[in-house]
Design a protein around this ligand. Structure first.
Ligand SMILES: [Zn+2]
Ligand SMILES: [Zn+2]
Length: 344
């Protein structure tokens, strides 16, 4: 099969012919219809993710059609499926208590197992996969990626937002945009922070109640003013110190901070503990979404309760993935790229 392979960090992915994946006994092989290009891929491509090495195939935001099914697979050849990026084993305590996104036996194609920057991808634990609604295009389904699902879990589980609350979101990449669209659907007011005016304009166009350009003013001070005392919920979507502290400092008393951005480097950062202490804040980490939450989220999208079209900025070819990753070195334009063409 044709695949985009990591050979050297920060260099173009190598387009190679590699062996087709072997079908797992407890899973399927999908012919990939679409695969999102994600900032997590950028971390892998640039050498900052321990599970991405010479020979790795990235791609954890995929959907496709089953072309081979293992003897213990739940799905069958021809099924059109979408996967959460974390594949839980289904039989451990975490999986059986509804938090498969914390499964200790989890497998994440693209990080430690071959991903979907390729014509085919092997997916073990296929009970995690759900049927793709006919009305949802593969590009849009893949565009949901880890961002919409992670944002959904952050808002509905970790932060447990209520209608009428102010939600601040720091960073308007895929996660930021997802938080905006989903929080608006849930009846929240949303203030969006970024340093790129074009992205703030884009956010306004898609329902942001207020925007703050953090390169022009202190984000926390601005949000305290806009919200009349602070946001109830603040989402950090970049994983860096400045925005993490802005997120803590922009909260109202008893506010909830949710760390979605994967902290870069060794993960250490200086945090304003006085803000946490004096405002009695709650601080949550979150990663992914248990797969049982997929059908409900897809239902909301299928019914038109939320329009996620703005998530996908462009459809690209497999060989264009390198350029998309390269562009993530600097501030990027709104929306994300999805690979939908895998053959020359
Ligand atoms: Zn498990
Ligand atoms: Zn992702």
């Amino acid at each position: 099969m044709r695949a985009a392979v990591v050979r050297e960090f920060n260099e173009d992915l190598s387009i190679e012919t590699v062996p087709d994946p072997t079908c797992p006994d407890n899973g399927v092989v999908l012919e990939v219809a679409a695969c999102g290009v994600c900032r997590s891929d950028y971390h892998g491509w640039s050498g900052a993710h321990p599970k991405v090495q010479n020979g790795s195939i990235l791609g954890h935001e995929y959907c496709g059609t089953v072309v081979e099914a293992g003897s213990n697979a739940k799905h069958k050849v021809g099924d059109r499926l979408i996967a959460p990026f974390i594949l839980g084993c289904g039989s451990c305590h975490a999986c059986q208590t509804g938090v498969s996104n914390t499964c200790a036996n989890q497998i994440v194609p693209g990080f430690g197992a071959p991903g979907a920057y390729a014509e085919y991808v092997a997916v073990p634990f296929d009970h995690n996969l759900v049927h793709l609604p006919d009305t949802l295009s593969p590009a849009l389904a893949a565009g949901l990626g880890c961002r919409v699902t992670t944002a959904w879990h952050a808002l509905t589980d970790r932060a447990d937002v209520a209608a009428g609350e102010w939600v601040a979101v720091h960073g308007t990449g895929g996660i930021g945009l997802s938080v905006l669209l989903l929080a608006k659907m849930l009846g929240c007011r949303v203030v969006v922070v970024d340093v790129v005016d074009e992205k703030l304009e884009h956010a306004k166009l898609h329902g942001a109640d207020a925007t703050v350009n953090a390169s022009e003013e202190d984000a926390a001070t601005a949000i305290l003013e806009i919200t009349g005392g602070g946001a109830q919920v603040s989402i950090e979507a970049l994983g860096i110190e400045t925005t993490t502290n802005a997120s803590l400092e922009c909260l109202a008393i008893l506010g909830r901070h949710v760390q979605i951005g994967m902290p870069s480097g060794d993960g250490w950062m200086r945090m304003n503990m006085r803000a946490i202490y004096s405002k009695q804040l709650s601080v949550f980490g979150t990663r992914g979404m248990p797969s049982w939450k997929y059908p409900r989220l897809l239902g909301l999208i299928e019914r038109g309760d939320v329009d996620i079209q703005p998530m996908v900025a462009r459809e690209v070819r497999l060989e264009d993935a390198s350029g998309e990753l390269r562009a993530m070195r600097g501030p990027t334009s709104p929306g994300t790229a999805v690979i939908t063409s895998f053959l020359p």
